[in-house]
Design a protein around this ligand. Structure first.
Ligand code: SAM
Length: 273
């Protein structure tokens, strides 16, 4: 695993390490809500699909003493490599699978609970992945997922998208916008889950405050966590212009240099009858 040792670095070897260091801790603010909605019991078999660097499985180890089989699945080998390394010290044993969630390599009725935190909105066909989750759950099995609410519900990301639109290659703003567009309405999310066969589907919008040492550091963390490709080669002056625009547009969220802003996610849950 490549460590990011220098907190001033804008360039580094791979985004999975940046993701694990900076983004996974932010996302994990919403993990407890998924656990609460599914009421996991000892001995139950758990699937975390689109597991990334494995933050949900690590939080699982804190919340249930003896789960049954715990499986993390992701399509991206670099994310799984970080997941494997960080999970090696866990008190639970996690099995990792490199696979597309839209075609899961598991038999029917293999799990009691399935989670997908901030993964569905990146998939080509999220309904196919949910249909697969439904297939691999046992009758009575529970599903909980999380996706971002719409872009304007997270002002720092809305501001960053606007700044990228102005000063970065077009695909940077598009990459930033996409995960906030895909499933960000509660009705759309609920219908998508119901169309995969789940019942008693409910959604809840949950807002947490997220904080960064500065607007510049927020931007840098996004670059080294997932925007490296479209933004990594930006000139110093373009980066400076983006940071200046961020500082202006986020003024009311910046206090003594620290950026603190609300971020809204939708949690949805349902069951297989
Ligand atoms: C924002 S990350 C979320 C990771 C993790 N669930 C978390 O909460 O930190 C999105 C993840 O979805 C994975 N992903 C996207 N499409 C996928 C697919 N079709 N099948 C499996 N994983 C997928 C990506 O590789 C990435 O690791």
């Amino acid at each position: 695993m490549t460590e990011i040792n220098n907190d001033n670095d804008w360039q580094f070897a791979g985004i999975a390490d940046g993701y694990e260091k900076y983004l996974a801790p932010v996302l994990s603010k919403w993990t407890d809500a998924m656990f609460e909605k599914t009421e996991l019991s000892e001995g139950e078999d758990v699937l975390d699909f689109a597991c990334g660097t494995g933050i949900v499985t690590r939080r699982l180890a804190d919340s249930v003493d003896t789960p049954g089989t715990v499986v993390g699945l992701d399509v991206e080998p670099a994310m799984l490599e970080v997941a494997r390394t960080t999970a090696s010290s866990l008190p639970i044993n996690v099995q990792w699978y490199e696979a597309n969630a839209e075609q899961m390599p598991f038999s029917d009725e293999s799990f009691d609970v399935a989670y997908c935190q901030q993964g569905l909105q990146f998939m080509d066909n999220p309904t196919d992945a949910l249909t697969e989750a439904h297939r691999v759950l046992r009758p009575g099995g529970r599903l909980a997922v999380g996706v971002w609410s719409k872009l304007d519900d997270s002002p720092h990301y809305a501001a960053l998208t606007a700044a990228l639109e102005k000063f970065a290659p077009q695909q940077a703003a598009a990459a930033m916008r996409a995960p906030f567009d895909a499933l960000s309405s509660p009705d759309k999310l609920r219908r998508c889950i119901e169309s995969a066969g789940f019942e008693e589907v409910q959604t809840e919008a949950i807002t947490h405050q997220v904080s960064y040492p500065s607007a510049e550091e927020f931007f840098r963390r996004e670059v080294v966590s997932w925007l490296a490709d479209p933004v990594g080669d930006l000139s110093e002056s373009s980066r400076h212009a983006i940071v200046t625009m961020l500082e202006r547009s986020l003024e009311r969220h910046i206090n003594d240099g620290t950026l603190q802003a609300p971020m809204k996610a939708l949690i949805a849950w349902g069951m297989k009858s």
